[in-house]
Ligand binder design. Structure first.
Ligand SMILES: *Cc1c(COP(=O)(O)O)cnc(C)c1O
Length: 366
């Protein structure tokens, strides 16, 4: 077969271990998964009700234009309907954008120590990848600007950044956007936007109004708690959406996902409740880190990256055997860290007590 040769060097996305796998392997009854930044509170009860009562025929294709969801979001975000594009998760939007712009001979700029899918898709499209290391968990925007040349087509930003949780502030992104050439697409992935509590965070929708080369990506998978239904969306100037939309598969967002997302948008009280619970959860981890003298990145997301000063895989393995699935920092580019999703108060206390056991066990050995 005459495959794209770069495909032969890639591995499929390695998802976190599933709850059932881990239960079986270690003979555990209870497993807490804090590995994929899912919402421990689930989804809005209103969305859950829509899901329970969903009565559309599964034989029919979904609305390929997602007209009702489009209208609901356009009202809630105060953008024109033509400014929205929907994806089978924002992962698919990353793929669509990559497919639309990247090819051998051009290049794309991104951070190292960020969401893996920007690079993964760029490799498949055969574009040159220019990686700019994070500084203290943050995008090095000046070096990213320096990396742009005439052949650059996309710059990827992730704010708050997965896996560090560090955000870009208003001043920094405003300066950056004013300097990026107007024919370079800036993708601003805001999967965790609804969790942000920093006061100097920017208003992405105001930036979209000002910059016709900016697309903002958001998702129903994180704070909205609908990851299994796969709904993401992009917001951009309509001139961008018009060109991208033909690269989107015709019925990419399923009907149940569309219906649940509409109900979720209409329940902003739930979003607020989750944001506040998450801030309290982060405080539990900050206290633990300070007690143990561990360094960590202050997070604006629903996860925290903690430096254990040892092999992250070892911590991961220890916690998994105790019933807590977290993410090792090793594949994320932070080999001595682990990334933990902020769970419920009880789940956080539980994983923290196992982390304390980890240190106690280490101390006993030495
Ligand atoms: C989780 C995540 C996504 C993917 O979200 P889906 O909408 O579920 O595809 C995209 N970007 C970042 C940074 C994420 O953490």
């Amino acid at each position: 077969m005459k495959w794209k040769k770069q495909l032969l060097s890639l591995k499929a996305y390695q998802p976190g271990r599933t709850i059932n796998e881990v239960k079986k392997q270690y003979g555990l009854e209870e497993i807490v998964k804090l590995a994929s930044n899912e919402n421990p509170l689930g989804c809005s009860p209103k969305a859950a009700e829509v899901i329970r009562n969903f009565s559309n025929s599964y034989a029919l294709y979904p609305d390929g234009y997602a007209a009702e969801l489009r209208e609901a979001l356009s009202v809630s975000l105060q953008v024109r309907q033509e400014q929205l594009i929907f994806g089978d998760g924002s992962d698919e939007l990353i793929q669509i954008i990559s497919r639309a712009l990247l090819h051998p001979g051009n290049n794309t700029v991104m951070a190292t120590g960020t969401f893996s899918q920007y690079k993964h898709n760029a490799i498949i499209e055969g574009s040159e990848i220019r990686e700019v290391p994070l500084i203290d968990g943050a995008h090095d925007l000046n070096s990213m600007l320096d990396a742009i040349d005439d052949n650059t087509v996309i710059v990827w930003l992730c704010s708050p950044n997965n896996p560090t949780g560090v955000y870009i502030n208003n001043q920094a992104i405003t300066d950056f956007l004013s300097k990026v050439p107007k024919d370079v697409l800036v993708v601003l992935d805001e999967a965790y936007k609804e969790y942000v509590h920093a006061e100097d965070y920017y208003d992405a929708l105001a930036l979209v109004k000002e910059h016709k080369n900016l697309i903002v990506l958001r998702t129903f998978s994180k704070i909205y708690g609908l990851a299994s239904l796969r709904v993401g969306y992009g917001i951009a100037d309509e001139t961008i959406v018009k060109v991208l939309d033909p690269a989107r598969p015709p019925f990419n967002v399923n009907a149940l996902g569309q219906a649940a997302a509409i109900a979720a948008v209409h329940d902003q009280e739930f979003v607020k409740h989750c944001r506040e619970a998450n801030i309290n959860g982060l405080q539990q981890f900050y206290r633990f880190c300070e007690e143990q003298n561990l360094s960590y990145f202050p997070s604006q997301g629903n996860f925290i990256l903690i430096d254990f000063n040892c092999d992250g895989n070892e911590v991961f393995q220890f916690l998994m055997e105790k019933g807590y699935i977290v993410r090792s920092g090793v594949p994320l580019g932070f080999p001595t860290y682990i990334r933990v999703t902020v769970g419920s108060k009880e789940q956080n206390a539980g994983v923290i007590s196992k982390m304390e056991e980890f240190f106690a066990a280490k101390a006993a050995l030495s």
